[in-house]
Design a protein around this ligand. Structure first.
Ligand SMILES: Nc1ncnc2c1ncn2[C@@H]1O[C@H](COP(=O)(O)OP(=O)(O)O)[C@@H](O)[C@H]1O
Ligand SMILES: [Mg+2]
Length: 236
């Protein structure tokens, strides 16, 4: 985060449109602006189909906008090659998905180590980092378990540990509690709160108000457009 001063947003979207050509044209985002200050915790909330995942995928440099500008840490993602976008994802962004997206044939530890393999960390450091993160998310006694030997909540904890492996500046979470029960969902949300307390910028998308309320700010979206913004008060 060297290039970012305290007042610069780490993520900035300006009048972003995303259209998918699918028979006709589907407009998933219809002119969205959004600015995330470094260290902020924002929830984007809207009904299914409102463009939330599309928005996260653009910020996560998985895709590029049809029009408008998406900048991450001062770089317009449209100016990056495919390779440089992958590099940005691998160093600055951690993803947490509704369906966990763990590698089924890798153990919990190996799943967390994977981003560090791509980042070319040496084996000892990788293992040490993975074990310390799995400890942090309460899975110190499950490091060698395979994903299918873990509950949904435990899988999502592994996914959070994996998202944090490279200590990314930005954590993007797409309906992270969508496939776990309410109590487990609360545990997942408190891990995200802990991550925010440690200084990461978090963007969460959800259709559920009680999940969105864990953030400091809720940005409402509908039909690919921004609606009102709420500030969530009080200490957490
Ligand atoms: N890859 C795609 N191809 C075509 N249409 C898509 C694609 N991804 C999303 N859409 C459409 O874009 C709109 C927004 O989708 P999405 O961002 O997934 O919404 P949300 O995450 O809020 O449910 C929907 O109408 C959806 O059908
Ligand atoms: Mg979605």
């Amino acid at each position: 985060m060297e290039s970012v001063t305290a007042d610069d947003p780490i993520v900035c979207l300006d009048d972003v449109r995303k259209e998918y050509a699918l028979g006709g044209t589907v407009t998933a985002l219809d002119g969205i602006g959004l600015s995330l200050p470094a260290g902020s915790y924002t929830a984007v909330m809207g009904p299914s189909g409102s463009g939330k995942s599309t928005l996260l995928n653009l910020i996560g440099a998985l895709d590029t906008p049809t029009a408008g500008r998406v900048s991450v840490d001062g770089t317009d993602i449209a100016d990056l090659s495919e390779n440089d976008r992958a590099k940005l994802r691998g160093t600055k962004i951690g993803f947490v998905f509704q369906t966990f997206n763990l590698m089924p044939r890798l153990s919990a530890r190996e799943n967390v180590e994977l981003p560090l393999v791509f980042a070319e960390w040496d084996t000892d450091r990788r293992t040490e980092r993975a074990e310390s993160l799995l400890d942090r998310v309460g899975l110190g006694d499950r490091m060698d378990h395979m994903p299918q030997e873990l509950s949904g909540g435990q899988r999502q904890r592994v996914a959070i540990a994996r998202a944090l492996a490279t200590d990314p500046a930005i954590v993007l979470a797409d309906e992270p509690t969508g496939n776990v029960d309410t109590e487990t969902g609360d545990e997942i949300m408190s891990l995200l709160a802990d991550t925010h307390d440690r200084g990461n910028t978090i963007l969460l998308v959800t259709h559920e108000r009680r999940i969105a309320e864990h953030a400091d700010r809720i940005v409402h979206v509908r039909d690919g457009r921004r609606e009102d913004t709420e500030t969530i008060g009080g200490d957490r």
